[in-house]
Design a protein around this ligand. Structure first.
Ligand code: SF4
Length: 373
């Protein structure tokens, strides 16, 4: 089991309280983006395309704490940009730990060794390291040779110091399921607590628009990867969400389950789309026309989305909506290898070598220089 009991208990009691209160829409994880700046220029990223003056802006710790209190979610994910580039990230994390929030600090780990003294090990703090697969795949995905090695170095260092560490992996079209499974083995060997997965979402700002997955291809890819599962693999995610990715379940989008707060305010309607901003979390809940979003809405921007920020909260809600949901979650957690002969055959299908794709757009920058910053 990848998630500690105390965290599961906190989340379970929180969701049950929301249900007892009859709240139709409640947040589960706050996506807190303290800055958009990054020391990588990944081709699939929609955040680093902002103009220079926006990339220089950042949330203050006080703004972060206000958002966290306003939202009330028991978990806070800190993506970016690269949060370790924020000059006050240590203060932000310490303030959230003090508020007993379970924090996932999402990092490419390039600066992890250098910045680790800003943090104290805590059951509330997890470093969620972005790794998009085995060495060659990750380096290609983040457009940085040596990125995998550097991240691995960071992971080993912080594991050795007693911190919680997970990986987060975004999979794009052309991902090699056999290699992804090999990557899971590697991460378990390194000793990370668990792994998180998501299909990529086609940001219209991302320079590479050719490799995002459609829904049918997403399901096929995740079935190949996650069926015939090894008991040694641990995932730090809702098991029902993983079944959703494999095409075993249908869920509507629950975009309000993982609301986003950044330098512009509360982003409507979700982490991926930007249809304006609200000044308060309450305004976000009340003023967003939620029926215009989700695959079921017919909105073309949502048509292919199966991303965790829209659908993982749906899976968690399913777990706590009935005894059946609870039972299915327990079954999926403790006793499920998903034997599937068809999926096994998919692993033998030919795949293109990593560098056989159309050339990705490389944005002008000097990441090595930034890494040293
Ligand atoms: S389906 Fe995806 S893009 Fe659309 S609102 Fe939900 S999370 Fe956002």
């Amino acid at each position: 089991m990848a998630v500690p009991i105390s965290q599961m208990w906190t989340v379970a009691t929180y969701v049950l309280q929301q249900k007892v209160k009859g709240r139709k829409r409640y947040p589960l994880v706050l996506m807190l983006e303290p800055l958009f700046r990054c020391n990588l220029t990944c081709a699939g990223c929609g955040k680093i395309q902002y103009p220079g003056h926006v990339l220089k802006m950042e949330l203050t710790p006080e703004e972060c704490f206000r958002a966290v209190e306003e939202c009330g979610a028991p978990m806070v994910s800190i993506p970016g940009g690269e949060p370790l580039l924020h000059p006050r990230i240590g203060e932000i994390v310490a303030g959230l730990v003090e508020r007993k929030k379970y924090i996932y600090l999402c990092t490419n780990a390039l600066l992890l060794k250098q910045k680790i003294d800003l943090f104290q090990p805590s059951k509330y703090l997890t470093f969620s390291v972005h790794l998009d697969g085995q060495r060659e795949h990750h380096d290609f995905s983040v457009c940085l040779e040596g990125g995998y090695e550097k991240a691995l170095e960071g992971i080993k260092e912080v594991l050795g110091r007693g911190f919680r560490v997970t990986t987060n992996t975004t999979l794009f079209d052309g991902a090699d399921p056999k290699s992804v499974r090999g990557f899971f083995d590697e991460m378990m060997e390194v000793g990370v607590e668990g792994m998180m997965l998501s299909p990529g979402y086609s940001y219209d700002k991302a320079p590479d628009q050719n490799h995002f997955l459609g829904r049918a291809r997403t399901r096929r890819l995740f079935r190949a990867i996650l069926a015939n599962r090894k008991p040694s693999w641990r995932f730090n995610q809702s098991p029902l969400f993983l079944e959703f990715l494999m095409g075993k379940r249908e869920y509507p989008c629950t975009a309000w389950g993982m609301p986003t707060f950044n330098i512009f305010g509360w982003q409507k309607p979700c982490y991926l789309l930007q249809d304006g901003y609200a000044d308060t979390f309450q305004e976000l809940l009340e003023a967003t026309e939620w029926e215009r979003y989700g695959t079921e809405s017919g909105n073309p921007r949502c048509a292919n989305c199966m991303v965790h920020s829209g659908y993982e909260a749906s899976a968690v809600n399913d777990t706590f909506s009935s005894l059946r949901g609870l039972w299915q979650t327990m079954k999926a957690t403790f006793n499920h290898t998903y034997e599937d002969a068809g999926a096994l055959k998919m692993l033998d299908e030919p795949v293109r070598p990593v560098h056989a794709y159309n050339p990705l757009v490389q944005i002008e920058s000097n990441p090595q220089q930034e890494i040293r910053a």
